[in-house]
Ligand binder design. Structure first.
Ligand SMILES: Nc1nc2c(ncn2[C@@H]2O[C@H](COP(=O)(O)OP(=O)(O)O)[C@@H](O)[C@H]2O)c(=O)[nH]1
Ligand SMILES: [Mg+2]
Length: 316
């Protein structure tokens, strides 16, 4: 489990994910109950309704089709499959779909310090908040952290990161608003080296409206950091806002065209009924969802445990 396994027990993680997914669970439940109302066995009509339930829960069309096909195959074997079992069956099939590639959620710290984590994503998805929460967890795990405020596009962005740096108690490297993000990133990595820090986290501005610009900016930041740490960044974490549903999936596709994204963080699961998007994203993209945001508090970031996630969707 790596670093974060030390911080959160499996039970504690499960509890937190469960409460974070309350809205999604209630919504999925309500729709499922409606779909099976007055029916005792899983027939074509129930399957049609189920398909609608999954799509309207933001699981996504392609992934929904996979799930429905798997359940159809079970119905073909057992014609009297009862609707009472539907919850359990769904859980099993979704679990099966997500199985196999559970991401290694811990951080492999490189032999040579510092570990450089670059955080990307569009405005408002929760990048800065996620950085603050991550910095806190790293610190709790006994690692030293430096933050780099390379989202120089808005003054508020730097201020926000600064608030988090004070809250967590880790140093921040910043420049004036409008300065070159790559230059801030360079300074931050350099400061990380001279402080002998374990981790450097770089905040960036993700302006998706111009893919070429975004691509150039992110490549430049990478190139400049590589002058100091040749294998930096060790991780490019794309932050996505779960409450935007299918839009989040779209952003993931766009960003992976602009830069090599190595991991995903899915935020704001606590405030949305669109939590099903995590299933679609995990299934559709070849990039692991590593973290989920389940609140605005400093402790409200969890490692994405697929089993806990599926349990949280269908239990209670
Ligand atoms: N409820 C909830 N709010 C979140 C979560 N993560 C971020 N936020 C809120 O989303 C808003 C935008 O976050 P911010 O970190 O500034 O986004 P950025 O523009 O990508 O850096 C802030 O009000 C955060 O408190 C989360 O997991 N749950
Ligand atoms: Mg920000």
């Amino acid at each position: 489990m790596g670093l974060f396994g030390k911080l959160f027990s499996k039970e504690e993680n499960q509890d937190k994910i469960e409460s974070g997914l309350q809205k999604t669970r209630e919504s999925v439940f309500a729709k499922l109950s409606k779909a099976v109302a007055g029916k005792s066995k899983v027939d074509d009509e129930v399957l049609d309704d189920l398909e609608e339930v999954l799509i309207s829960s933001d699981v996504g069309v392609d992934t929904t089709v996979k799930i429905i096909e798997a359940i159809e195959a079970r119905v073909a074997k057992d014609k009297y499959l009862g609707t009472a079992e539907l919850n359990q069956i769904l859980r099993e099939e979704i679990g099966e779909l997500l199985k196999g590639d559970n991401p290694e959620t811990g951080f492999e710290l490189p032999k040579k310090k510092p570990y450089v984590l670059m955080v990307v994503g569009v405005n408002g998805v929760g990048k800065t908040t996620t950085i603050g929460k991550l910095a806190h967890q790293f610190k709790q795990a006994g690692l030293s952290v430096v933050l780099g405020a390379a989202d120089t596009f808005r003054a508020a962005a730097v201020d926000q990161l600064e608030i988090w740096s004070e809250r967590v108690g880790v140093p921040i490297v910043k420049q004036a608003m409008g300065s070159d993000p790559a230059s801030v990133a360079f300074d931050a990595v350099q400061s990380g080296i001279s402080r002998d820090a374990d981790v450097v986290i770089i905040d960036t501005a993700g302006r998706l409206h111009n893919k070429v610009n975004l691509m150039n900016e992110l490549s430049k930041i990478k190139r400049v950091m590589q002058k100091l740490v040749p294998d930096a960044p060790h991780e490019v974490l794309l932050v996505l806002d779960a409450s935007t549903g299918q839009n989040a999936l779209e952003q993931a596709k766009q960003f992976s065209k602009a830069t090599e994204v190595t991991a995903l963080a899915l935020t704001k699961l606590d405030g949305t009924a669109k939590g099903g998007v995590a299933i679609g994203i995990s299934d559709q993209l070849q990039i692991p969802v590593k973290y989920i945001g389940v609140g605005e508090g400093i402790e409200d970031l969890r490692v994405f445990d697929k089993e806990a996630f599926v349990n949280s969707l269908f239990e209670k």
